[in-house]
Design a protein around this ligand. Structure first.
Ligand SMILES: [Zn+2]
Ligand SMILES: [Zn+2]
Ligand SMILES: [Zn+2]
Length: 300
């Protein structure tokens, strides 16, 4: 760094002091130009004037309409600012930097595009810049790496291109492993829940049978009526679309309300009892579906 030689105080003149102030002032207010991050764009603005709230030295250096990228975003080589011409483009393609399970780095673009994972995070920003140029139409779309028309012959491969091919393979393998782990966890949860549900169905059906075979009138006592409404059901539960409620062989859809009136049960408790019955009936139905599916899988 070149430094101005320091004049001792005893020798300093008024003019020299004035010149010193002017120089310091000029340095403090020197324009600091920020460039648009889109490769090939030449627009820039004076961030110093912008921060100080002063008009820029040139009108084209105005900061109006510029957009700054936030954190968690890749670091484009030209900085984090997008000019007014490209603010919308960059907003539609905000590049979130992500770390793959393999420890490699990638970009998750707001448009859904994802960069091929790289071992060094510094390599992902240029890939995203290339993607920007592709969506802008400045570059033709890249052919897929495995496209037979564009496969690299052995003689043209380098250590780097081969490493990229292996990186892709390993990332794809990681994805497959993750999917298998999710499926395994779901299978474990299912294999614990299904027998429990089948056991509950057996118990609920035993209770229902015990109640329906009992000769007493289950509607007379309030607690009996409540047990009956939940375990047997006060309403008709025929879900056949062709079924029409009738007075002969079905309980209709007013049975629960009639019970509620008979015992002076508040409306919210009647509704709650209806919910309890629905859960019981639904659990039995779900268990029945599991049993049916298992029976279907058994060889005839
Ligand atoms: Zn621009
Ligand atoms: Zn994008
Ligand atoms: Zn009915």
């Amino acid at each position: 760094m070149i430094r101005e030689p320091r004049t001792p105080l005893a020798d300093l003149t008024e003019d020299q002091l004035e010149a010193l102030y002017t120089t310091v002032e000029a340095h403090l207010n020197a324009p600091q130009l920020r460039h648009c991050l889109v490769p090939g764009c030449l627009r820039e603005f004076d961030s110093m004037a912008r921060m100080a709230g002063n008009p820029p030295a040139q009108p084209s250096w105005s900061g109006d309409g510029w957009r700054q990228l936030g954190n968690g975003i890749v670091e484009p080589r030209n900085g984090r600012y997008a000019c007014p011409d490209h603010a919308d483009l960059v907003t539609a393609h905000l590049p979130r930097r992500i770390e793959a399970p393999s420890g490699r780095w990638s970009v998750d673009c707001a448009c859904g595009w994802v960069a091929p994972p790289q071992r060094w995070y510094g390599l992902v920003a240029p890939l995203w810049e290339e993607h920007l140029l592709t969506v802008k139409g400045d570059l033709p779309p890249a052919p897929p790496l495995t496209d037979p028309e564009h496969r690299v012959p052995l003689a043209e491969h380098t250590e780097a291109t081969l490493a990229e091919l292996y990186d892709r393979l390993w990332d794809a393998e990681d994805d497959g492993k993750e999917a298998r782990e999710v499926a395994r966890a779901a299978m474990l949860a299912y294999s614990a829940a299904a027998p429990a549900l089948l056991g509950v169905k057996t118990s609920l059906e035993a209770l229902r049978q015990r109640i329906t075979l009992d000769s007493r009138d289950w509607t007379q006592d309030k607690t009996d009526a409540w047990l009956w409404a939940i375990l047997v059901g006060a309403n008709c539960e025929n879900t056949d679309p062709a079924h029409v409620h009738n007075d002969i062989d079905c309980a209709g859809d007013q049975g629960l309300w009639n019970l509620g009136r008979q015992h002076d049960i508040p409306t919210d408790q009647v509704i709650r009892t209806g919910h309890l019955r629905w859960w019981v009936a639904n659990a039995i139905k779900a268990a029945q579906q599991i049993e049916d599916a298992a029976a279907h899988r058994e060889p005839a």
